[in-house]
Structure formats: C-alpha cells, structure tokens
Design a protein around this ligand. Structure first.
Ligand code: GLY
Ligand code: MN
Ligand code: MN
Length: 430
C-alpha cells in the first residue's frame, strides 16, 4: 500500500489534470472527451494477443496499465467517469481496483460489454485512442490539434508524478544492483534478466520497455534484444538498460559494469560516468536540451583523446569531423513519464548533427528527462572512420582490443526543478 502522502498527492494530481483538460477542451472547442484505454491486438493469423499496456492519456489519469476496453469520460464541471470492462469470463481473471482515495474523484462504473459508454448531452465530443477500437464510436476521432494540446499537459509533471517516477527509480536501482552482482558472479544474459526481475518483482512483459542486457560485444548493439542462455568463457562487460513501472510511471536506467581484469574498459566507464555527472549538472530551467547533447560530444572527444583511442585531433575537430558520432550515435535522451519516450519532445525537428535526438526543447521546471551518454565500439560505424582520411589519428589496435567489450551507456532520470535539477536515479542509489 503506498503511503498516505502519495495518495494525497494523487488526489491533487487529479484536480490539476481536470483543470488542464478543461482548459484544453475550451481552447479547442470541445465539450467532452472520451479516452480509450485500448486493448491488445491478436497476433496476425493467431488467437494469441500481444501483452497489453494502456494508452498514454488513460495512464496519465489513472495509472492503470492492465485494464483493456476501459473508457474515461472528461467533461467540464463534471467528475470524470471511469468505465471498466468486467466481463463474466471463466478463462481470464478480472483485475481488482485497489480502494484508494483517488477513486472518490471519479465516478466508477463497471460494464460487461466492450462497447463505448453512453455519453448523454456530450455536445461536441472528441474520442482519442487506438483507431482500431473506435470504429462506429460517435464523435471526432483523434483530432490532431487536440491530441497535441493534450500531449502538452504531460510535459510538466505534477508532484504525484515525480513521486511515482522516484519510486520507479528506487525499484529499478535494486534491480540493477542484483543484475550487476549476477554478472560479476558469471551469469549469462538470461540469468542477469532473471536476477533483475526477481529484485524488481516485475515480470519482463510489464516493464516499460524490453530490457536491454548485453554481455561483451552485445553491449555494442544499442537496442540488443536477445538473451544468451550460456555465459561467455570470459565476462568482459555488462550493459543493462532496464526500467520499472510504478503506478504507470516508468524509470529508464542504464548501467555498465566492467568485468574483472578489464582495466582499460573500466577506466573508460569511469571517465564516461564523470562526464555523465557533468551533463546531469547542466539540467536546469532555461537550458536548451540540445546544448546538453552537443556538450556530450565534446566529452566523448575528451575521453577518446585521454584514453588514447584518437590522437592528434582537437576535441572540436573530433566533433566536426564526425569521429565522436561514430562512437556516440544516439541522442542524449528524452522526456520520461507514463511512456518511456514520453510525448511532446519535438515541436521542431532535430538538426542534421543530432538526427536521433528525441527532445528539442528548452528545459522548464517539472520536466523529467533522461541523461544517457554512450560510447560504443560498433564495427559498422567505426569502419568508415578507420579507413577514411583520419585513419592515422585512430588507434585501431586499442579499438580492436575494446571491441569485445561492446560499449558503455550510463543513464539517469532527472527532474528539472525551479533552481536546477533532482537526479532520481542517483538519489535512489544512496
Ligand atoms: N531504454 C531506451 C532508452 O534509453 O531510450
Ligand atoms: Mn532512455
Ligand atoms: Mn534506457
């Protein structure tokens, strides 16, 4: 049972959402809004469904990730109406709704049918959700301007949301500790995954995203998606990127561990972590997130130089010549919330020098972002540098030696506060 402070914050959260939603509906000219929780589709040609995790706006209000065919009706001046689908079904269990104070802020109904609830006197009605489930439902479906305005209501997290994100970090940190211990004891990727699941008490399918668990060269595949069941003869490195959902809210944490006797790789991990601290320290209101991304490249350049991987090139030249991009190809991070890559991060496209950056905004209090620099040995990205005009500056033998360690990523979840930031991941590690 969550503590009473959290439950009180949740009631405040509901009030804040009611005000934000009423304002958006007013501005966009709608009288009512129906939000679908969604439902898991069947696999093509099969009678088995994909694992379900609810639709963002529904989670924003309720945090209920497992309720399929549920609906939430929002109207000005009325309590929201939550309709939960509870069929008589001897094949499946129905989820229980914990009796918590936030439910008093809603009208809760139960329905045996999957159909849309009646909306008497709806006026101009908008309906948002997976279009597969909206056929025949009256109202305007997923109007673009309204959806964009609703996404914006998720950008500045309430105190309740930050408390949930903090707890999601706390649990994830326990998982990362167990994963690290398992790796250092010689575990396979699969066994590391089991250690993470056991420590977090979260089945893999309920995680906010598929855990990325790469041992040795697998750490160099950014979204490595398999688990070897056999441990390698020598465990040189572990990269684990894994999160937890707490009341719908996601953590997204990455840690990299060097194996015993991997001094050079361990020094790189330590060096990147020092930079990661500096990047987290940049998080504050008024800071352009793109500047943090660009600063990362200078940090990667400094690290490549000090580790003797690149010689005779200035940090600036390593950045402008694309050398740092070969080692750090992704963006520095993204918004975080009820979705791991939370919405509304890109009102403008990313520039050509940062094509994969998911967040193009100036930071404001209440935003929650990840800070996740990486340094990888990815053959397909390094080869053009190794065989290009800068070849003589690159220490190929050292790169060859480190290639078997795959790569490094260090990722924390950071809240923008009024005066700076709060690092939810590091505070959970204390
Ligand atoms: N876990 C995916 C990411 O870090 O964005
Ligand atoms: Mn991330
Ligand atoms: Mn991640």
């Amino acid at each position: 049972m969550p503590d009473t402070d959290l439950l009180t914050l949740q009631v405040d959260h509901m009030g804040i959402l009611q005000r934000r939603y009423e304002q958006v509906l007013e501005e966009q000219g709608y009288d009512s809004l129906l939000i679908s929780s969604g439902a898991a589709p069947l696999r093509y040609g099969d009678d088995q469904a994909w694992h379900f995790q609810g639709y963002g706006p529904f989670l924003h209000w309720t945090g209920l990730t497992g309720f399929e065919h549920a609906w939430l009706l929002i109207r000005k001046g009325h309590k929201p109406v939550l309709s939960l689908h509870q069929p008589v079904d001897f094949w499946h269990a129905s989820l229980e709704l914990a009796q918590e104070p936030w439910l008093a802020e809603l009208e809760v109904r139960f329905s045996e049918s999957q159909s849309t609830p009646e909306v008497p006197g709806a006026g101009r009605l908008a309906v948002i959700g997976d279009p597969r489930l909206l056929a025949g439902v009256p109202g305007e479906h997923n109007p673009g301007a309204l959806c964009a305005a609703l996404d914006e209501t998720r950008v500045h997290k309430t105190a309740y949301e930050i408390a949930c994100l903090a707890q999601a970090n706390k649990v994830a940190v326990a998982g990362h500790r167990a994963a690290r211990d398992a790796f250092l004891a010689g575990a396979s990727e699969f066994e590391v995954s089991l250690a993470y699941q056991r420590a977090t008490q979260q089945r893999e399918a309920d995680a906010p995203y598929h855990s990325i668990i790469g041992v040795n060269e697998h750490a160099g595949t950014l979204h490595y998606q398999y688990y070897d069941t056999a441990a390698p003869a020598k465990s040189r490195s572990l990269l684990i990127d894994a999160g937890v959902r707490y009341r719908g809210y996601c953590s997204d944490v990455t840690r990299t561990t060097a194996g015993v006797g991997e001094g050079r790789f361990a020094a790189l991990v330590q060096g990147l972590e020092q930079w990661q601290f500096r990047l987290c320290d940049m998080v504050a209101p008024g800071v352009d997130y793109l500047d943090i991304h660009r600063k990362t490249h200078l940090g990667i350049a400094a690290l490549l130089g000090s580790a003797g991987l690149v010689n005779g090139l200035s940090d600036e030249d390593m950045v402008t010549e694309g050398v740092t991009r070969a080692f750090f190809p992704h963006g520095i991070g993204h918004f975080l919330g009820v979705q791991v890559h939370d919405v509304a991060g890109k009102p403008v496209p990313a520039p050509a020098d940062a094509p994969f950056l998911r967040l193009m905004r100036t930071l404001e209090p209440g935003m929650v972002v990840t800070i996740e620099p990486g340094l990888y040995f990815i053959p397909s990205l390094l080869e053009p540098v190794l065989s290009g005009p800068l070849e003589r500056h690159i220490n190929r033998s050292r790169i060859d030696e480190l290639q078997g360690c795959g790569g490094i990523r260090i990722e924390d979840n950071v809240v923008v506060t009024d005066s700076g930031h709060r690092n939810l991941t590091r505070e959970a590690e204390v």
